[in-house]
Design a protein around this ligand. Structure first.
Ligand SMILES: *Cc1c(COP(=O)(O)O)cnc(C)c1O
Length: 344
């Protein structure tokens, strides 16, 4: 593919900071299965960043991170409350149910992606009898699959409901960096300080080749998680190559700089197209995604001009930006949207 596309933020390559750290880790030999210095450094880096002594694990991808984290919070007869747009519901091929040996996902209807305290309460109270899987976990995606960011207060309100009903709170942070950038807050402010028990912190969409970190803020919940990773094929033997890039990402806040470039690209596109007729934003642009509602002919026009995008959320065209988004390419997209907008 010659020209840059914005169909997904995982179209991007590896950012220099992650690449450089991989190269530095590629010196000589190191202990296997996470007993190496890089893994220690990366784990401590997360503890410093979050200001808490948490348990940290490195897995290959987000599906594994989410599924194994949820499985560790559930028995097979439990259920997990999530939004209808949640990646664990729509894009993980049943992995959360599989790895939890059958914990059911309870889906809260949501148009714009967010889960609310009311929706959680409704689901919890809908059935309390022995015949229904017992709610045990709530999971929220930060930012949502629709690019919306939960504020600290919103998360706190959700965790208050969780406490009332003895539910654990999990956060799918495939784009966690982008949420922190938008809110201009410390990672702790939207996680353990407001009641999040486990966070899956995405590396791939933030500029790494591969890898997500699973952070257990309540260390007791991490019991035997290493066995879970091993059994599911997620324990890297050359772990240093999963952990070292994080050292590069955490140093000098590269993770945040990457997220800023991605978010700014999304805001730029949103700003440039706001006055174009027949084209509307489906959601406010807060993180690194822009969802456009436009007549099918307009979208077809963009496709004919070679643009790739997904339309799986509400039929709108999704454009996602990564650390490497080129401004000139966004300008070309804007121009094409302008020209195609009259195709109705
Ligand atoms: C990309 C993504 C993931 C992780 O997906 P993998 O392809 O398994 O790495 C998880 N949650 C959300 C919201 C995502 O967008």
């Amino acid at each position: 593919m010659k020209e840059q596309q914005f169909a997904s933020d995982n179209y991007a390559g590896v950012c220099p900071e992650a690449w450089q750290a991989m190269q530095e880790a590629n010196q000589g030999s190191a202990m296997a299965y996470g007993d190496d210095e890089w893994t220690e450094l990366a784990s401590n880096g997360f503890r410093t960043l979050f200001g808490i002594d948490c348990e940290v694990f490195f897995v290959f991808n987000g599906t594994a991170a989410n599924s194994l984290a949820l499985a560790s919070l559930c028995q097979s007869y439990h259920s997990v409350i999530c939004s209808s747009t949640a990646h664990i519901e729509t894009d993980e091929c049943g992995a959360p149910e599989f790895f939890s040996n059958g914990s059911k996902l309870l889906i809260a209807p949501s148009h714009e992606g967010k889960l609310t305290p009311d929706a959680i309460r409704t689901l919890v109270l809908s059935r309390t009898d022995i015949h229904f899987p017992k709610p045990r976990v709530v999971t929220i995606t930060q930012p949502t699959e629709t690019g919306l960011v939960y504020t600290a207060d919103e998360i706190k309100a959700i965790s208050d409901v969780c406490k009332t009903y003895h539910l654990k709170l999990h956060m799918d942070g495939a784009r966690f960096a982008h949420a922190c950038e938008f809110l201009q807050c410390d990672p702790a402010d939207i996680t353990w300080k407001v009641g999040v028990d486990v966070l899956c912190f995405g590396g791939t969409k933030n500029g790494m080749a591969v890898g997500e970190a699973v952070l257990f803020f309540d260390k007791h919940l991490a019991e035997d998680f290493d066995y879970r990773c091993k059994q599911s094929g997620q324990l890297a033997s050359k772990m240093r190559f999963l952990s070292a890039p994080w050292v590069g990402m955490l140093k000098n806040d590269a993770w945040l700089t990457n997220a800023r470039r991605a978010n700014e690209s999304a805001r730029y596109l949103a700003e440039q197209i706001k006055d174009i007729p027949n084209v509307e934003l489906m959601f406010p642009v807060q993180a690194n995604g822009v969802f456009l509602k436009a007549p099918e002919k307009v979208l077809d026009g963009l496709r004919e001009r070679g643009w790739r995008f997904y339309t799986f959320i509400g039929g709108g065209a999704r454009f996602m930006f990564a650390w490497d988004a080129q401004r000139s390419r966004i300008d070309t997209l804007v121009q094409d949207i302008k020209e195609c907008s009259t195709l109705i």
